[in-house]
Design a protein around this ligand. Structure first.
Ligand SMILES: *Cc1c(COP(=O)(O)O)cnc(C)c1O
Length: 396
């Protein structure tokens, strides 16, 4: 079938929740994908920070194949071997003592909200059930997570929303301090805001949030769904800031394309979850866990994080060089291989032109070009991407 035929059938049969580009992607390898006409693209979207090891990484493919032939699914009524190994490796390489597995970022955050409330219910004064979250944040599309998300556009039309959320500006400690009341049980935030426009807070912000949470006896919850799993050049973004959260959520790159979410916590906090508190049919199933274990194993062993730091710094420099040429570039920011370029103009035309020229990028918040390529890209990939971007910007 042609792309046009497929797109017509898609529009006829699939709910219209996505504004899609008119291409059908059918194959991927490393940092490249191909559409159904055989056209090649350099993929600096990577499933939105999902395929961090590159498309169809051989170790992940092999792990999935082997596990699919062995055991795809059993219930959490029983012990699951790949889940045990993956959990141990995550715990060993993070602040956390315990993990709960689910299937997406929204689910992980939903679980974090439940865990925070349950912990508060059992360990804090009565009435402490409110979470403070950040304006321009993004935490997912379930009812509780759109409510946690501090952006009206995700909430309008879905009222009534669950209670117990309050918003403050990101990177504003005084506002956060003023918002904490006797009803507050925790603070939920992203170490770097992804959907909100790749916003990196001040160097000491997370440390001060941690200190505030400690002094008030409330929980610090980090949503690392987008920036965790190596994206910033460390396994977890908060490692840059020398802080440890009480709860952290992961998803996106955790399975390199296999849907996995996870909720990690200290023993103290995790103990609020007991049999019956929370569950997921698919969460932690053998196939997902075999994929996740392979992903983490590769990420820890193969110089991926070093590559992310080195090529990320190079990419940042290349993007900065474009500033002299294009005065409509307002700011370039990010860390590792999550980079954002804020424009004084809308970004949609540049994104479309890049796609036509063979580079996939994405625009968030209307005017922030976001670059979240696989962490395995080379300097040559960056050169190619910047060359295309330069051409597309020249048309503006
Ligand atoms: C993508 C994202 C989510 C939602 O993840 P889904 O898997 O789409 O549910 C939550 N938080 C952050 C920071 C994200 O970037």
């Amino acid at each position: 079938m042609t792309a046009e035929e497929l797109i017509t059938i898609s529009d006829d049969n699939i709910m219209g929740t996505y504004r899609r580009f008119p291409i059908v992607l059918t194959r991927g390898e490393g940092a490249r994908v191909w559409d159904c006409n055989g056209k090649e693209y350099l993929d600096f979207v990577a499933g939105i920070a999902v395929c961090s090891l590159g498309h169809s990484h051989p170790a992940v493919v092999e792990a999935i194949k082997r596990q699919a032939e062995t055991l795809m699914h059993v219930s959490n009524l029983y012990y699951i071997e790949p889940q045990i190994h993956f959990a141990r490796l995550l715990v060993k390489n993070s602040f956390a003592d315990k993990v709960f597995f689910c299937n997406s970022g929204a689910e992980a955050n939903e679980g974090a909200i439940k865990l925070a409330r349950k912990y508060a219910f059992e360990n804090m004064e009565p009435g402490r059930c409110e979470l403070i979250t950040m304006k321009d944040s993004f935490h997912g599309r379930t009812l509780a997570t759109i409510t946690a998300t501090g952006q009206k556009k995700f909430q309008v039309g879905f009222e009534p929303l669950p209670e117990g959320f309050k918003y403050v500006p990101f990177n504003d400690l005084a506002a956060l301090e003023a918002a904490v009341t006797e009803r507050t049980c925790g603070v939920l935030l992203e170490p770097i805001q992804g959907e909100g426009g790749v916003r990196v807070p001040d160097e000491d912000y997370l440390r001060k949030v941690r200190a505030l949470c400690d002094s008030k006896g409330i929980l610090m919850i980090l949503d690392e769904v987008q920036v965790g799993m190596g994206r910033t050049g460390h396994l977890f973004a908060h490692e840059h800031n020398g802080v440890k959260p009480d709860i952290m959520t992961l998803a996106k790159a955790l399975g390199n394309g296999f849907p996995i979410g996870a909720l990690l916590a200290t023993d103290k906090v995790a103990s609020a979850f007991v049999p019956g508190s929370h569950a997921s049919t698919f969460g932690g199933n053998p196939l997902a866990m075999a994929a996740g274990l392979a992903v983490l194993d590769v990420m820890l062993r193969k110089g991926i994080l070093e590559n992310c730091r080195r090529v990320g710094a190079y990419f940042l420099e290349c993007l900065s060089n474009l500033r002299e040429k294009y005065p409509f570039i307002k700011e370039i920011r990010g860390r590792g291989l999550i980079l954002g370029m804020e424009l004084a103009i809308e970004g949609a035309d540049i994104v479309r032109s890049c796609m036509e020229k063979g580079l996939l990028i994405n625009c968030t918040n209307g005017n922030v070009l976001r670059f979240v390529p696989p962490l395995i890209i080379t300097e040559a990939d960056v050169d190619r991407a910047v060359e295309i971007l330069d051409k597309a910007m020249g048309e503006q």
